[in-house]
Every structure is written in structure tokens, then in C-alpha cells.
Design a binder for this molecule. Sequence first.
Ligand SMILES: Cc1cc2nc3c(=O)[nH]c(=O)nc-3n(C[C@H](O)[C@H](O)[C@H](O)COP(=O)(O)O)c2cc1C
Length: 318
Amino acid sequence: MQQIQSVLCRDLGLQYPIFQGGMAYISTAELAAAVSNAGGLGLICSSGLTAAQVAEEIRRCQQLVQPGKPFGVNLMLQSPEITQIIDFVVTAKVPVVTTGAGDPTPHMPKLLAAGVKVIPVIPSVRAAKKAEAAGAYAVVAEGTESGGHIGEMTTLALVPQVRQAVNIPVLAAGGIADGRSMAAMLLLGAVGVQLGTVFLPADECPVSDLYKQKVIEAIDTDTIVTGRGTSHVVRALKTPMPLRYAELEKQPGTSPEELEALAARGLLKAKEGDLEGGCFMAGQISGLVKQRASCAHIMEEIMQEAMATLQNAPSLLG
Ligand SMILES: Cc1cc2nc3c(=O)[nH]c(=O)nc-3n(C[C@H](O)[C@H](O)[C@H](O)COP(=O)(O)O)c2cc1C
């Protein structure tokens, strides 16, 4: 069986060039280990966790992953305990980190000195160049189709522009949930993909049944973006809380405090299955995500379809 050749497989020891994106409160040791054991790179998300909790997740993941399977940590750079979290990452010899919500430059010397490969998640060419200059191993170019906190650029427009602008590997994220979109990203110059939404209904994903069901039932137009024009731009399913938020933010008299109170703990509430108060973050590709299955099954299907798509590509010519 042919395999997709990717520098990520060679450099990170992966079977498949697939990252599971960091998802606050969701990408725990269980989910990350399931993805890593299936041949991709699972990432524990540090967002919302104390340094001690991150250390515990790392320890649990080390117990759950098979020997020789790498996993990583997604660093939330605005965490008040980011310095201690990075110390734990270095001590535990975590080989890869992705970074979000800020500029990783101040933390690069410590991470690079410890041999950690740093992969910032970026929304623009400017941020990609900055990451390259700071010594990043690669970047994840994440488009606005993604679930969670998002930028402005679409994946389709962002990936080739970032690919052209930097000399480090580029992964594509946002709107990818099948083999055809993975193949398309490889043709655009990406060396691999980062996926979030497709893993939400996975057997090993620790969200409520309601969350999984909402993603599976969603159609293409079922997500909404709130907070455009602020630093908290979020894509989530059209459930009561984000719909109310969108209404309120249109009204001139609404205070930021009122919006903050409405959105507080929204993702945690969704994780626990609170339909009214939850913020069920998910991407535009939800409409294509139709199955509850193991991470291994989900990734195997994507890889088979990506390879078949690439193998059949010559038939498009003449
Ligand atoms: C529920 C959810 C929570 C997320 N939380 C984070 C986060 O805490 N930090 C982060 O860097 N990215 C976060 N993301 C983005 C993912 O890591 C990933 O890049 C994105 O989901 C890829 O796009 P897709 O959803 O279209 O697959 C989140 C995505 C989802 C769906």
C-alpha cells in the first residue's frame, strides 16, 4: 500500500500527517492518546488548565500512548501559568508544541534549547513570517472555516499564500474532514492537516452525547460567528446561547460585561450537554461529519480517501 510522503512523518515519527488540533477542555489525554496511537499527532490542550493540571494530563497521556508514538501540547500563550506549563513540557520531554492566542517569540529560546519543535497556529502570512523568524519548525495555517476562535482568511486563500511566503513546512486547518479536502490541501502545498470538528463525535472525545449529536445533525449553514471586530471571534453551532449573543451584540446598548456573562464557561457547558447555555464550538465542515466512530477509524477513512483521490488525479488530465 502506498503511503503519503510527508516531512511530518519523517521528522515527528508519525504514520499519518494528521494533527488533532488543541480543543480547550476537550482534547484531554484520552483524545490525544487515541489520535497518537492511531498514527497521527494528538495534542493536549492547555487552555483553561492550571500548570499542575497540564502536568497531570501529560503524565496520563504518557501512560496511554504506545511506545514510540509521539504526542504534543497545545500552549495557550495567554495562560497566567504559561512559564510553569512550558517548564513541565520541557521536563516531560514533550517533542512538539503548537501555540495559539499570542506571539510565541518570548518562549522560543527555552523551547528550542530543549529540542521541542514549535508549531504556531497562525491566521495570516504576517504571523507565519514572524513564526519562521522566531525559529518555528512549521506553522498551522488555520482558516476561518474552523470551529472555535478564528481569524478572517479562508483556508483556501491562506494556505497557498503562507506556503509561498515561508520556507518552513505548512499544515492546513479549517474545513477539512475527509480525504478529498486533505488531498486538496496537499496539492496547495501543505505537508499535512490539523483537524478539530471531525473528532468531536469520536468515541474517545470526552464531550456530551448532545454535543456529538448536534455536530452530526448540523448542515452546512448551521454555524454562526460571534464577536467579529473584537479579539474573541468564535464559530459555534446555532444553539440558543450564540444566537442570543449575536442578537445582543447588534444592540447598541449592550455592555461588554453583559456579553461576557452570557458567554461565560460556554464551551464547558456545551461539553456537559447544556443546550441553553452552551457554546457548541464547531466548524463549517460539520455538515460533512456524520459518524460516531473511533479516532482510528475516522483517520483511516480520511487517509484512504486522500490516497485514492491523489492516485486518481491524473485521470483529470486529457
Ligand atoms: C470545540 C473546539 C475547540 C477549540 N479550541 C481551541 C483551543 O483551545 N486552542 C486552539 O489553538 N485551537 C482550538 N480550536 C481549533 C482546532 O485546534 C483546529 O485548528 C480547528 O478545529 C480546525 O478546523 P476544523 O474545526 O474545521 O477541523 C478548537 C476547535 C474546536 C472545534
